[in-house]
Write a protein that binds this ligand. Structure first.
Ligand SMILES: Nc1ncnc2c1ncn2[C@@H]1O[C@H](COP(=O)(O)OP(=O)(O)OP(=O)(O)O)[C@@H](O)[C@H]1O
Ligand SMILES: [Mg+2]
Length: 228
């Protein structure tokens, strides 16, 4: 049975000048390993906040988040070592080469084969020639490919991507999107993407919208994804 992330009746709210702002409430969703999901919606709707709840990086104001793995129910806190995150701003470490950026999650886990494994992932994202270059020497699309390799290098069960193509031109966005989907497919990782791009969203199997506190399934596609 694939691992799942389940949000039961969750709500998220913030206080602004003593008034409570509710982003969403009674939201229910389940995310399965091996499936792809897109979340779209207007700016400020709470998409990034929802991604933080799903990934267990933040706590919901009310409701429950469950991580179901091997028929065991755990809290979302226990999901942390199983997730990779990709951000619009790449968030690579500027002093490290592409190779060392990708190797970092493995080194932090004490993996002695961190560098050879990182090399394989740089090849998968087409950057074998750029392994010794630092982020400032790479284009935006190349940096995002390094970020994808870094997110996937330790075989996480779930990948969360917040506007992963927001800073890229159309061609780079297309390349990065293809690599992200095909690599998640190859690793059987669950992929959750937040995006303003309908084109990117349409590549996901399940498309949700979050708008005015309403979270809805907009469509479910049956798409074939090219292998990595
Ligand atoms: N920790 C926080 N404290 C106070 N307000 C917050 C916090 N996090 C988010 N918000 C507010 O919640 C709202 C939703 O933010 P969020 O970043 O989730 O929106 P979004 O849908 O991702 O928007 P965008 O498409 O612009 O990235 C915003 O008004 C934001 O200012
Ligand atoms: Mg956001």
């Amino acid at each position: 049975m694939p691992s799942q992330i389940i949000l039961n009746d969750v709500s998220q709210s913030f206080f602004l000048n003593d008034s409570k702002i509710t982003l969403f409430k009674n939201l229910n969703v389940s995310i399965s390993q091996g499936e792809s999901y897109a979340i779209t919606g207007p700016s400020g709707a709470g998409k990034s906040s929802l991604l933080m709840l799903m990934s267990g990086l933040e706590q919901a104001a009310t409701g429950q988040g469950i991580y179901r793995n091997n028929n065991q129910q755990k809290t979302l806190d226990e999901l942390r070592s199983e997730i990779g995150f990709i951000f619009q701003q790449f968030h690579l470490l500027p002093e490290l080469t592409a190779l060392n950026n990708v190797a970092l999650p493995l080194k932090l886990r004490g993996d002695k084969d961190a560098l050879p494994k990182a090399k394989i992932w740089l090849e998968k994202v087409g950057l074998q020639q750029r392994q010794h270059h630092k982020p400032s020497e790479l284009s935006g699309g190349e940096q995002q490919r390094v970020a994808i390799a870094r997110a996937l290098v330790f075989n996480p069960k779930f990948i969360f991507a917040d506007e992963p193509t927001g800073n890229l031109d159309q061609k780079s966005a297309r390349e990065v999107t293809d690599i992200l989907f095909s690599c998640c497919e190859e690793n059987n990782a669950g992929l959750v993407i937040v995006t303003h791009s309908d084109k990117l969203a349409s590549k996901a199997k399940h498309i949700f919208t979050l708008s005015d506190g309403q979270f809805k399934l907009a469509s479910t596609n049956n798409l074939e994804v090219i292998a990595c």
